[in-house]
Design a protein around this ligand. Structure first.
Ligand code: HEC
Ligand code: HEC
Length: 488
């Protein structure tokens, strides 16, 4: 249960603006954060400041399904979207959630500027020397219930303790009195709350020192289109790139096939079904057909304050008669989410659009992609074997869209997160799609930039030449590029 009035604790070592936003408050929080993002700071950019910021962002239309679904002939697909959306915001309870987890609903991390978006706070931590796989899990079932029976005056009001929001104390906080499961998590992942942020170009990193990389959630708008691009088309983008900025089409073995990965900051998955299953296990601790093993047995058959923490009934999510489990419903929702709506380019943004290409940004941030002639040939069926509907397949076929990403991983030098994920080494990150940029309030994998100019300035490695070309633009030209980015 969500209860109002619970305290919101900031993540231990992170700066004060990175807060766990209470689940119930996501819409208000998103609106506030967007209002706060106005001026483009120039404090850390070189040269004289660009002229004043553009008018306030227009964020209407984010989080909508494809327009075709709102037409009557796609009523069944609209129903799948709506059911998926409801599952996406569902807050899960013990004993399903945990024993180790980061949050209790997909929507608690994907809400900005609308449901299915990103989040303005750090919600995942990766530990460099962790060979156990997956992110560090910040919470655990055995510190989810607060302090046993709760009294109010002479009355016992919560016999089994209180399910706190956020739950228990965060493993990342040095002051957190770690529970048994959290101590086990720290051992397994080699985490300590005092580990520094990885700098993959530093001598200590090269000497093998342990460190962490933090991750911001990523928006999900339009990802059904991204999933529907043929592997060969992503490989062709890499082949056509100049050697100096050529990216890598990362191969993964997923759901029985070798595929080109495209989702996640380091391109960890190729399909929305696999990402959903991974997130359900790693973010929420809920086992499912594709990810059926809990990461820990620390709370197996343990009862605390009258509540069974982990019933050992894996997989906890299983397909129903329609062939769909929760992971399939999340997938239905994401697959039908339309691309972020763009706003018309004024004269300044048009000039910025040309500059974006002429200084080399478009070399990696590929403007236009087209989905395959028959996505159903490789988009996986649900976990219960129900295929993509014919109408959804038709909708996703040969559709041209504008993500501003090649979905390849690039060597981005010191901006890398220091984590190795198969072919994506410590300095390699997937090109972030720039669509929907105006709906975000912090940028880059760990949200280190709260201004677009800083996000651009921090590009290194293969992105270094484009970043310095941006720096060499006159302040009015830099303004034009930013005006263009703010139409996306
Ligand atoms: C605790 C916060 C949190 C929760 C809960 C969460 N996510 Fe995420 N999500 C993230 C983070 C962080 C990333 C980026 C992870 C990465 O790439 O390493 C992400 C990335 C994604 C992506 C990839 C987006 C892209 O640009 O490629 C998908 C898809 C996704 N999440 C789906 C889900 C689904 C479905 C759920 C619910 C089962 C969920 N997430 C729950 C934090 C969360
Ligand atoms: C070599 C490929 C490459 C080039 C060239 C490049 N980028 Fe990027 N861009 C990336 C990668 C990779 C990331 C993700 C970095 C990270 O993980 O934090 C990124 C991230 C970004 C982000 C942050 C987006 C977000 O949502 O967090 C912005 C903004 C951006 N790039 C704009 C630009 C602009 C403007 C240019 C031209 C000056 C440019 N990029 C040139 C690869 C590139």
């Amino acid at each position: 249960m969500l209860r109002t009035g619970e305290s919101v604790e900031s993540i231990g070592q992170a700066s004060c603006n990175r807060r766990w936003v209470r689940n119930t408050a996501w819409l208000g929080a998103a609106a506030l954060l967007l209002l706060a993002r106005g001026a483009i700071s120039t404090a850390s950019a070189q040269g004289p400041p660009p002229p004043p910021p553009p008018p306030a962002n227009n964020i209407s239309g984010f989080g909508m399904p494809f327009a075709e679904l709102l037409q009557s002939q796609n009523a069944a697909d609209l129903q799948l979207f709506a059911n998926g959306q409801a599952s996406f915001i569902q807050v899960e309870e013990l004993p399903r959630v945990g024993p180790i987890f980061n949050s209790r609903s997909c929507g608690s991390c994907h809400f900005q500027p609308a449901l299915g978006g990103s989040g303005a706070f750090i919600n995942e931590v990766r530990v460099r020397n962790n060979t156990a796989g997956g992110p560090l899990h910040i919470f655990a079932s055995d510190n989810m219930l607060r302090g046993g029976p709760q009294q109010q005056g002479p009355f016992t009001v919560f016999e089994n303790g209180l399910t706190a929001t956020p739950i228990g104390c965060q493993i990342t906080s040095p002051r957190c009195a770690k529970s048994r499961c959290q101590r086990e998590e720290m051992r397994r992942t080699t985490f300590s709350p005092r580990l520094p942020i990885c700098d993959p170009t530093s001598p200590s990193f090269q000497a093998g020192a342990n460190c962490v990389g933090e991750r911001q959630s990523a928006p999900l708008f339009g990802l059904g289109l991204v999933e529907a691009v043929a592997d060969a088309d992503i490989e062709a983008i890499a082949a056509a790139q100049p050697v100096a900025i050529r990216g890598v089409a990362k191969q993964v073995n997923e759901l029985g096939s070798t595929r080109v990965a495209r989702f996640g900051w380091k391109a960890d998955h190729a399909t929305l079904r696999a990402f959903s299953g991974d997130a359900y296990l790693n973010e929420m601790g809920i086992t499912n057909p594709d990810f059926s093993q809990e990461r820990s047995t620390c709370a197996l058959n343990v009862t605390k304050f009258g509540v069974l923490l982990d019933a050992g009934d894996d997989p906890e999510d299983a397909p129903g008669p329609d062939g769909r489990g929760d992971v399939d419903r999340f997938t239905d929702f994401m697959r039908a989410l339309d691309a972020p709506p763009r706003i018309a380019e004024n004269t300044s943004a048009q000039a910025g659009h040309s500059l974006f290409n002429s200084i080399g940004c478009g070399g990696c941030h590929t403007e236009t992609l087209t989905t395959s002639a028959n996505p159903a040939a490789f988009v996986p069926a649900s976990t219960g074997g129900t295929p993509l509907t014919a109408t959804m397949n038709a909708l996703l076929t040969q559709r041209t869209f504008h993500p501003f990403s090649d979905f390849l991983v690039h060597d981005i030098g010191s901006l890398g997160d220091g984590i190795t994920s198969d072919a994506a080494g410590p300095t390699m990150m997937r090109t972030t799609p720039l669509w929907g940029l105006r709906g975000k309030s912090v940028f880059l994998h760990d949200g280190r930039a709260s201004e677009l100019v800083d996000a651009i300035r921090l590009h290194a490695g293969q992105g270094g030449p484009a970043a310095s070309a941006f720096r060499q633009l006159s302040p009015p030209q830099q303004r034009q590029v930013l005006d263009f980015l703010n139409t996306l």
